[in-house]
Design a protein around this ligand. Structure first.
Ligand code: ZN
Length: 342
């Protein structure tokens, strides 16, 4: 834990140091706290328009620091003397939730990734969302780097379905799994970052790098996605390009709600060892509450299992803040199943 906290402090300090960089080819400014706007020399963008070609956030959830390491690694190579990387338009980066990140927790007052597009500004996250929205409104393309709580056998894109978002994700990395969904928003409490930018005329996707931490394979995956996104600036993803898609495609098959009718003293016990993308069969017991089993309604792959210790459940229950969901089960689909057949 101490080690993790010092790694996080190190990455945060590294990111902040880029703000003071003087580079003859790239001007660096910070339009909002803990952000970097990189403007290549000779480029004079039109203010008010979508003048940022690509924006990347990391650590919108403070317990997911790996994306920040990817951003830092990319920026180091961009600013290294030997860099072959060229910038043809403005790009921006931001630490989503610096306060939660510094405290190694998911959020301070409320989930930042359910706080976009809200009117209120009473909580720290609502205020931070307002700042981040300034960048999102100016951005054409957007990548949000996240990590999962439980282990995952892969990195994957996840976003509300839009044809442009789908094509963007496939162009950034055609080998990665995509989970997409349509109809209702991901959550009723407020918008996710990608949902917000999609509603404002940009194109945004979320990339889950794998389980929270600083695994180098995950960081490399993030760096590659950023580098590809920067290389694409000024072009339309997929226009005329043939990408060989090998990544799998899923949507929700079922969302199991957090069992609400727990009696006093009863806790929800999720079956041990459920990880992201592990398979379950129909009628397989995935949890139990008291003596009653909770069974998987369909065959599929598990996503976002929520393990909560009994004392944590009691605390959240007292606050009326128990999670809304226990697990999601994914079903495989093809492009033909997408709302507007690509
Ligand atoms: Zn997250």
């Amino acid at each position: 834990m101490q080690h993790l906290a010092s790694n996080i402090a190190h990455e945060l300090a590294k990111f902040r140091r880029f703000a003071a960089i003087h580079n003859p080819k790239i001007k660096v400014t910070s339009p909002i706290p803990d952000s970097l706007l990189l403007t290549p020399a000779g480029v004079s963008p039109t203010p008010g328009a979508k003048d940022i070609g690509f924006t990347c956030f990391a650590a919108v959830h403070g317990n997911e620091p790996g994306g920040l390491a990817a951003v830092n690694q990319y920026l180091e190579s961009l600013f290294s003397a030997a860099s072959p990387l060229k910038l043809t338009g403005q790009i921006a980066f931001a630490v989503g939730n610096p306060k939660a990140l510094a405290g190694t927790k998911r959020f301070v007052d409320r989930d930042l990734n359910r706080s976009f597009g809200r009117l209120g500004a009473d909580t720290y996250e609502e205020q931070r969302a307002k700042e981040l929205e300034v960048l999102l409104l100016r951005s054409r393309y957007f990548l949000d780097l996240h990590q999962t709580k439980e282990p995952s056998d892969r990195a994957f894109f996840i976003f509300p379905y839009l044809k442009q978002s789908y094509q963007y994700a496939r162009t950034l990395n055609p080998a990665l799994t995509i989970i997409t969904h349509w109809g209702k928003g991901f959550s009723e409490e407020g918008q996710c970052s990608d949902e917000f930018i999609n509603k404002k005329g940009g194109v945004g996707v979320t990339l889950e790098l794998g389980q929270g931490g600083f695994d180098q394979t995950m960081i490399d995956c993030g760096v590659r996605a950023i580098a590809k996104a920067v290389a694409l600036i000024g072009s339309e993803p997929n226009a005329g390009a043939t990408v060989t898609v090998t990544g799998e495609l899923y949507t929700w098959g079922a969302i199991l709600p957090w069992p609400s009718a727990t009696k006093a003293g009863e806790v929800v016990v999720l079956k041990a060892g459920l990880t992201n993308f592990c398979s379950v069969n129909p009628h397989e017991e995935v949890a139990h509450v008291g003596g009653s089993p909770v069974k998987a309604p369909i065959k599929g792959k598990i996503l976002f299992p929520k393990y909560l210790a009994p004392e944590e459940q009691a605390k959240l229950k007292a606050k009326g803040a128990l999670p809304t969901e226990l697990i999601r089960i994914l079903k495989p689909i093809t492009e033909q199943d997408l709302p507007d057949h690509l």
